[in-house]
Design a protein around this ligand. Structure first.
Ligand SMILES: [Zn+2]
Ligand SMILES: [Zn+2]
Length: 265
């Protein structure tokens, strides 16, 4: 049995990633409408009612938009920490008691065969988390909406067989761009989003722990471009004698459609 992962949506207009291991089928966030999630899953031959659970990183709308309807319509359990539940309950609407699951950040829990490890990340939400998933001796991690890379986050995602990491913006594009000043400050702050450069510097460190397959996520449409992100990250890796395409493999999680199914065997 293998661990499969497929980013369905990634970016400020909505985030959701599909992960499966045999009969265990998990969504990480569901930040677009239920209808769009159902359509994206059907491309993978998965019916929404097969989803074992949705784990939530934080309450921003681009991560939770579809979860209320998905849970009510297809009877899907939602997993979030207590502060995130408090912050999102009004937006999500009523969820049945049995589908309202509470995890504690820092404590592992299981969804069927998959061990889920939530860890705290710096971002301007109530109690935001990233996740690692362990199954069959393989590890997949996902961290987006990250103000800056902390030592604890680095440790949590080290030795991942596949990592989805945020490369949100190019600092120059953001600074020169048309976003209002307060928004620029928010994105650049320690509770905002990770730049291409910060992403690359993290990858240099993670490479030493055998992280060799990476998907760049939550890329800003306004303040980033695929070629610029790739170029910045490649050149920082180059400076550290890490060659993309040989030592490490980097792909982009697309904003508005499924990126492709990555099989971890
Ligand atoms: Zn987000
Ligand atoms: Zn956010």
């Amino acid at each position: 049995m293998e661990l499969d992962i497929c980013p369905l949506f990634s970016g400020s207009s909505g985030n959701s990633t599909y992960l499966s291991c045999g009969q265990t089928k998990i969504l990480i966030d569901a930040g677009v409408t239920c209808k769009r999630i159902v359509e994206a899953l059907s491309m993978l031959d998965v019916h929404a009612s097969e989803i074992s659970g949705i784990v939530i990183t934080h309450e921003h709308i681009d991560h939770i938009k579809g979860i209320g309807v998905l849970s009510r319509k297809y009877d899907i359990p939602i997993y979030a920490n207590e502060l995130t539940w408090d912050a999102m309950q009004r937006i999500v609407g009523p969820i049945s008691d049995k589908n309202m699951r509470v995890f504690q950040t820092g404590l592992d829990f299981f969804i069927k065969d998959v061990c889920v490890q939530p860890f705290s990340i710096p971002h301007d939400a109530a109690a935001p988390v990233g996740f690692s998933f362990n199954a069959k001796g393989k590890k997949v991690s996902i961290v987006t909406d990250l103000g800056y890379m902390t030592g604890d986050v680095l440790e949590a995602i080290s030795y991942s067989d596949l990592l989805i990491l945020e490369a949100n913006h190019d600092i120059d594009m953001l600074t020169a761009g048309r976003y209002p000043y307060h928004l620029k400050r928010r994105i650049l702050s320690t509770k905002g989003h990770l730049s291409n450069e910060a992403c690359a510097n993290a990858l240099v460190k993670l490479f030493k722990t055998n992280v060799k397959r990476v998907l760049l996520g939550h890329m800003s449409k306004e303040n980033n471009a695929v070629e610029i992100a790739f170029c910045t990250i490649k050149s920082i890796l180059d400076e550290n004698d890490i060659i993309e395409g040989k030592d490490i493999f980097i792909d982009i999680a697309l904003e508005d459609r499924a990126t492709g199914l990555y099989k971890i065997v």
